[in-house]
Design a protein around this ligand. Sequence first.
Ligand SMILES: C[C@H](O)[C@H](O)[C@H]1CNC2=NC(N)=NC(=O)C2=N1
Length: 158
Amino acid sequence: MLSSIIFLRTVTFHKLAFHSRFKHISTEKSVELKRTLSTDLPQSAPPSTRKSFKTTRSKLEGEQRDLNLKQLKSNGWQIVDNHDAIKKDFEFENFNQAFAFMTRIALLAEKLNHHPEWSNVYNKVNVTLTTHDLKGISTYDVQMASFMDEIHSLHKKK
Ligand SMILES: C[C@H](O)[C@H](O)[C@H]1CNC2=NC(N)=NC(=O)C2=N1
């Protein structure tokens, strides 16, 4: 009788110890993972871009197009001749940083169902953005470009 009580107390103690240790790690890790994988723009991003992911997808035309392309050009984006797209080459400290950038963008691409045309060689990522369904540059391309510039500013070559 006594031995079974001692046995049960021991088992209970180890269970509680395991749970609290595992729970601590999982909470900490899950918070870190959430932050790393977030597709929300960092707090440093201009408030306007943070809200813009809620907008619908529409092809840029007229004055809206001119204003947005002017802003993108000032951030180093170029218009691709022969097809309505924007492009930019990003450089990072190393491959790890380049891949971390691509991982963040990939999560946004899946969230928006809007995917970049891109290539990566070591610490460089070359990006072209256009909206195939609309055969041109859309609001999603502008939002993705802004997000790329914001994430690049966190990882870029010092
Ligand atoms: C079927 C799928 O939803 C569509 O092809 C999506 C996927 N990702 C996309 N990405 C881009 N850049 N343009 C699109 O038009 C597009 N369309």
